[in-house]
Write a protein that binds this ligand. Sequence first.
Ligand code: NDP
Length: 254
Amino acid sequence: MSLFDLNGRVAIITGGNGGIGLGMAMGLASSGASIAIVGRNSEKNKTASKKLAATGVNVIAIEKDVTNDSAGTEVATEVQNKFGRIDILINNAGSNIRKRPEDLSLDEFRWVQDTNLTSAFVFSQAMYPHFKKAGGGKIINIGSMYSLFGGPVSTAYSVSKGGIVQMTKSMAAAWGTDNIQVNAVLPGWIDTELTRTAREQIDGLYEKQLARIPDGRWGTPEDHAGIAVFLSSNASNYITGTAIPVDGGFSISG
Ligand code: NDP
């Protein structure tokens, strides 16, 4: 078996119907994994499923809001019943409310944590027994540059993405002897629906960030396919608890 072969493996990608999640799902599909994507929007689910199925792998789309307490166990049961095993979980679903701390309501703060952080905890916990049954597993949590930095309108988001990194380390420490590797990916500035909204809200954002990216361009969802395959495959079997930037050098540039 090649180091990067994912034939016979089953992957769940929350928020896999668009943006970075779909970029990662396409990477896993190109290495042969069966794919389950999870998202709220049925039209986006349908379009993404077609694109993934065109690569020749098995695909299901599950219409679900990851902030529901039971979403993790419901998705795990559906995927286990459909494919007979679960090997890979990518906790990618995420959102943002950009407000200064003094303007952020408690409900808004909680909503961002529920979407970006609590859902990743709930889904990881729900997959644990299935990974144990399969003899191991891979979890990839999606952080951000805001796992490292703060910003005037990113209090809720930075808390959730900082938490993602600490949760990654703690679950990696807990589940290493179960042969479960848990890692985080920290995307830089990536052109998706999420950042298109940010660019509408913050004047000059595109140019300002571009000026600090050594690779000289914003990233794309497709830039995340390789790291998804690497962290899901045997190639990364002794790598756990890390947080790897996919940012064209943004985080090391002054
Ligand atoms: P998009 O807005 O393009 O995609 C977000 C995805 O998450 C969609 O598939 C959406 O599907 C899904 N989603 C959001 N909320 C929920 C929910 N409650 N339940 C189920 N699915 C949900 O954003 P990106 O691709 O940019 O973001 C993906 C991840 O990457 C996020 O965690 C984000 O924080 C992170 N990130 C993005 C960066 C960027 O520059 N773009 C930089 C750093 C991190 P649906 O609407 O159908 O529910």
